[in-house]
Design a protein around this ligand. Structure first.
Ligand code: UDP
Length: 323
């Protein structure tokens, strides 16, 4: 298939593009390169540099590349920042995303795989979190993604847009070529590995008084290669739908740090800080629906394997993409 990967220079988009190309698909990337990196774009993919706020830029990319499907990764994705600057999140994730949908409908491209998030749920009533639970986001990031999910449902009903929205839990790890390099790094695993690389003096733990066994937040870390595979399966989904996607395992912040100690052999000093605004204590995915309906099977269940792949990439590219 011909697939336009919007946000294909970012962490998850770059690795999805790589996997699509490895499987023989034809790929073009649309990215404004503010969060993404030119060097994260696979050499086999064509680049359309542009911003979703400009409808004409996305119209031109669709006209020139004529894709059969779009994968949409381009969004602002930091919970903490969304609590400071909600406007950025609603503008980028909802208003600019609408430009993409309208351009797709105008160009008669009616297949979409959308990056959604477990942050659309807020603190869950039950763990693991399945698709039947109520969506009550507690930060503008989650709210913006939920708004887009709702828009997608209407675009399907009215325009016949066939979509799959994947609600990611915590994407982590790397492929051989591409990995996680944010200009301002807020994520746990890369921040811990930066300490191991000697680029930071210590790891900060945001909150040690949660109602969890060791007092720190629990997350479901999913290997980026397993997550990418799900996007490829989603291209062939028979109908529009929403899927939660994680491994079903929960790892606390302290357990992540201990695993990083074991893998890197570094001491990794920690400083305990107050809670970070907007963080639910425990998020674990129920992924039975995507396994059952799309045949998804994660290959990497253990946090060690995920962190090992990230450590390998960070050692090879200690300064990330260098921009
Ligand atoms: N966290 C932490 N120290 C850091 C970065 C993150 O203690 O330097 C915690 C954060 O509060 C959350 C968990 O680690 O409980 C995962 O955070 P991350 O930002 O990686 O992903 P999120 O779950 O927010 O998408």
């Amino acid at each position: 298939m011909k697939i336009l990967v919007v946000g294909g220079a970012g962490y998850i988009g770059s690795i999805c593009a790589e996997l699509l190309l490895d499987e023989g698909h034809s790929v073009a990337v649309f990215d404004n390169l503010t969060e993404g990196h030119r060097r994260a774009i696979d050499a086999r993919a064509e680049l359309f540099e542009g911003d979703l706020s400009e409808r004409s830029a996305i119209d031109a990319a669709l006209k020139s590349f004529t894709p059969e499907a779009v994968m949409h990764f381009a969004a602002s994705a930091l919970v903490g920042e969304s609590m400071q600057n909600p406007s950025k999140y609603f503008r980028n994730n909802v208003a600019n995303g609408l430009n993409l949908l309208d351009a797709m409908i105008a160009a008669d491209v009616k297949r979409l795989v959308f990056s959604s998030t477990c942050a659309t749920f807020g603190p869950p009533d039950r763990i693991p979190l399945d698709e039947t639970q109520p969506q009550r986001p507690i930060n503008p990031y989650g709210e913006s993604k939920l708004a887009f999910e709702r828009i997608l449902r209407w675009y399907d009903e009215i325009h016949g847009l066939r979509f799959v929205a994947l609600r990611y839990f915590n994407a982590a790890g790397a492929s051989e070529k591409f990995g996680e390099d944010h200009r301002i790094e807020t994520h746990l695993i890369p921040n811990v590995l930066k300490v191991a690389l000697g680029q930071k003096s210590h790891v900060e733990i945001y909150g040690t008084d949660y109602d969890t066994p060791d007092g720190t937040c629990i997350r479901d870390y999913i290997h980026i290669l397993d997550l990418s595979q799900a996007h490829i399966l989603a291209l062939d989904a028979p109908k529009s739908d929403f899927y939660n996607i994680g491994t079903g395992g929960g790892t606390s912040v302290r357990e992540v740090i201990d695993t990083c100690r074991a893998i890197t052999g570094c001491e990794l000093p920690v400083v305990e800080k107050p809670r970070r605004a907007g963080d639910p204590p425990r998020l674990i995915a129920a992924s039975e629906k995507i396994k059952r309906e799309l045949g998804w099977q994660p290959r990497f269940q253990r946090i060690d394997a995920i962190i090992e792949s990230a450590w390998k990439w960070h050692q090879q590219f200690p300064n990330g993409y260098g921009d």
